[in-house]
Design a protein around this ligand. Structure first.
Ligand SMILES: [Zn+2]
Ligand SMILES: [Zn+2]
Length: 235
């Protein structure tokens, strides 16, 4: 049984699985005035999945008016430059990840993990033209208000977002959801594992109902409770 091409997380907020089994997710926010924000976009091989997800919502790549990225890893930004070129939408990212996006190279990984060869092989993606950078706490004027939560560690500029009108938290890779459990983000590609742990606890400050992950299915209603329980176990 294949999953639908897009899931409604709230009115005007969508999750598009851009890998099988909810393995990687992109997100779409629809605002007033035909504003369409794309958050992340998956890998190049998943371009068709992205298009199908958008079509399910009733939009096309050309309709995208803003592009936002969670962090400079190829599994999330591999399609961003193509989406930017086809839509002419400006790309925004945290200032600390912007240089890596411009270089098309993911940041160095935690020195305690020696996966350098893997990094060299999988860590590259198409160089991205970044127009704007954002900082922690900023409220982006997108779809009624998208709050920036700088959650560094996984990458230096890793960012989670809260869509304030609907209470949807997009965690990014700080944590993920796999086999019915919230888990700490995958350490394989982590820039600073200890800092990522701190950032996971920062997520408890998010005012949210639905918790959505860049890896795994989302949690509706019980999202915040599950998140707090998970974090309490790690103290
Ligand atoms: Zn990542
Ligand atoms: Zn990832």
């Amino acid at each position: 049984m294949s999953s639908p091409p897009a899931f409604a997380l709230a009115p005007s907020v969508w999750r598009i699985p851009v890998a099988p089994s909810d393995g990687i997710n992109a997100f779409v926010l629809q605002g007033d005035d035909n504003q369409v924000t794309l958050i992340d976009a998956g890998m190049p091989w998943a371009w068709k999945r992205l298009e199908q997800g958008l079509a399910h919502i009733g939009i096309q790549v050309e309709d995208i008016t803003n592009i936002v990225v969670t962090h400079a890893h190829g599994d999330h930004v591999g399609n961003i430059e193509r989406a930017r070129q086809e839509s002419a939408a400006p790309v925004s990212a945290h200032a600390l990840d912007a240089p890596f996006l411009a270089q098309g190279q993911c940041p160095p990984i935690d020195p305690s993990r020696n996966f350098r060869s893997l990094l060299m092989k999988w860590g590259r993606f198409d160089k991205i033209t970044v127009s704007d950078t954002f900082t922690d706490g900023q409220l982006l004027d997108l779809a009624g208000g998208l709050r920036v939560m700088h959650t560094p560690g996984h990458t230096p500029g890793h960012t989670s977002f809260v869509h304030e009108p609907t209470g949807v938290l997009i965690t990014g890779d700080v944590i993920h959801y796999w086999r019915s459990a919230i888990r700490i983000g995958i350490k394989l590609y982590c820039h600073d594992i200890a800092l990522n742990e701190e950032s996971a606890h920062k997520l408890s400050q998010a005012q949210c109902e639905t918790v959505a992950f860049t890896h795994g299915p989302h949690l509706e209603n019980e999202g915040q409770r599950r998140l707090h329980e998970f974090l309490a176990q790690r103290r």
